[in-house]
Design a protein around this ligand. Structure first.
Ligand SMILES: [Fe+2]
Ligand SMILES: [Fe+2]
Length: 202
């Protein structure tokens, strides 16, 4: 764990987050700040606020999202930043991020009206992300230790696409990141010890 690590993650978000969030009407940074604000307003603890802020960091370490979607490919963005996140945080942050795409697939299967209410861009990416979960996939998903946190993160994610929303500056969330780091990081959460990097189910 490095004390400056969370500051570097925030810098990465701010410096690279100015670009458009896929086909959504907000920037990556605005989307991240809105998601984190919604989590904070809902009374979430620091780990889920941090997860909400950083859930799409994978888009920023790669940047090929639009090109990949245009080619009909999944960019696997929920996995691309896990190595960075696992240096600073434990499962309460890392796992909701890793699972936030699966959470969408789960809600599409289980919640009437959820799929229809998704943004057009989110419905388009669903197809390349595996589509609606089967009953077996949904049953396996909901048994995962961080499944409920991932579902809550998904709600904030879905709502965080409002071009007129006002959010705090990124620095507002630095204390949340530090607290999340202090609360969740353990020596067991080193980069090679979680199966998350490969996407394998723990
Ligand atoms: Fe995402
Ligand atoms: Fe997102």
């Amino acid at each position: 764990m490095s004390g400056e690590g969370v500051e570097r993650l925030l810098e990465l978000l701010v410096s690279r987050g100015g670009g458009q969030y896929g086909y959504e009407p907000v920037s990556q940074l605005a989307h991240a700040l809105q998601a984190a604000s919604l989590a904070e307003a809902a009374g979430e603890g620091a780990p889920l606020v941090a997860a909400a802020l950083l859930h799409d960091l994978g888009h920023l370490v790669d940047g090929s999202e639009v090109a990949r979607l245009a080619r009909g490919e999944d960019d696997h963005h929920e996995l691309r930043a896990l190595r960075l996140l696992k240096r600073e945080f434990g499962a309460a942050v890392v796992e909701p991020v890793r699972l936030h795409v699966q959470a969408k697939r789960y809600l599409c299967a289980l919640e009437p009206g959820y799929l229809a209410a998704l943004s057009e861009a989110s419905r388009a990416s669903l197809a390349v992300q595996g589509g609606v979960m089967s009953a077996d996939e949904a049953a396996a998903f909901i048994r995962l230790p961080q499944a409920q946190a991932a579902l809550r993160l998904r709600r904030y994610d879905d709502q965080a696409k409002d071009p007129s929303a006002r959010s705090p500056e990124a620095d507002h969330f630095l204390p949340h990141l530090r607290r999340a780091q202090a609360e969740t990081w353990t020596p067991a959460a080193t980069p090679d010890s979680l199966s998350a990097q490969t996407g394998a189910t723990p």
